[in-house]
Design a protein around this ligand. Structure first.
Ligand SMILES: C[S@@+](CC[C@H](N)C(=O)[O-])C[C@H]1O[C@@H](n2cnc3c(N)ncnc32)[C@H](O)[C@@H]1O
Length: 245
């Protein structure tokens, strides 16, 4: 797969929602380029960060970025790559990283900095992660998070589900042996789909020993927007952890 526009995979979903207000759109124009990943060339993860990192994690489809913002604040020793194609979500993560909120007056790009308590350990790719896969090195990530991916529950849309053999092949290449693929979902059809698809995959093994292991979030968990929505609407999220073998 290449970034050539003619061979780019078709994306199913929203890229932009409600109007992005002035402060967030200023962040997209002026702060995003400082933390943006380039998918055009092979990426050496260590070169992306100003300080050496102990390990690297990837979050695919970070939505509003709350989980990524909280984890990266907690773990300055880890380098995070966040990928989200939805512009409003990217703008929200930038707002969480800089503390600049909607409605705030900001007109000088030089005044935008990371919040003082944050280290510079997040890089962002603001497009379809499938366009990034080739640029990522093999066995690079200790953990990949895929939290509440769009379930596409109708069987005629099953081909749009992110968890599929082709994407798993890319993930198997970039996750270290012994590394983790963490998938959370609240949708009954997607729960079964994930277990079936991973069961028939020879690169990953489900780590759960008891039902508590998938019913409860892992220790360092931070709630996401979709998780809250699911719980509010009476759906029970599950937290599957698959180890790269
Ligand atoms: C249902 S939302 C969940 C968002 C967030 N993880 C949460 O739990 O609140 C799924 C997100 O994945 C993003 N997404 C879907 N396919 C993607 C892809 N191929 N590359 C990057 N982001 C993707 C969508 O834009 C959307 O924001």
């Amino acid at each position: 797969m290449t970034n050539d526009i003619h061979s780019a995979p078709k994306f199913f979903g929203r890229r932009k929602g409600r109007t992005i207000r002035k402060a967030k759109s200023f962040l997209l124009d002026n702060f995003l380029p400082r933390v943006l990943l380039n998918a055009e060339k092979k990426t050496n993860l260590a070169d992306l960060f100003t300080e050496p990192k102990e390990k690297y994690c990837l979050e695919i489809g970070f939505g509003d970025g709350e989980h990524l913002a909280a984890l990266s604040l907690q773990h300055s020793e880890i380098g995070y790559i966040g990928v989200e194609v939805f512009k409003n979500g990217v703008a929200n993560l930038l707002s969480l990283m800089t503390g600049i909120k909607e409605g705030e007056q900001i007109d000088n790009a030089e005044n935008i900095t990371l919040l003082p308590e944050r280290s510079d350990n997040v890089r962002i790719f603001d497009d379809d992660v499938r366009l990034l896969f080739e640029a990522l090195p093999s066995e690079a990530f200790d953990k990949v998070y895929l939290l509440f991916p769009d379930p596409w529950p109708k069987s005629k849309h099953a081909g749009r589900r992110f968890v599929n053999p082709e994407n798993l092949q890319h993930l198997a290449r970039i996750i270290k042996k012994g590394g983790i693929l963490q998938i959370a979902t609240d949708h009954p059809i997607y729960k079964r789909w994930v277990l079936y698809t991973l069961h028939t995959n020879t690169d990953f093994v489900w780590t759960a020993q008891t039902s508590d292991d998938w019913r409860n979030p892992p220790a360092d968990w931070h709630e996401t927007k979709y998780q809250r929505k699911a719980v509010r609407e009476g759906r029970r999220p599950v937290f599957f952890e698959f180890k790269r073998i």
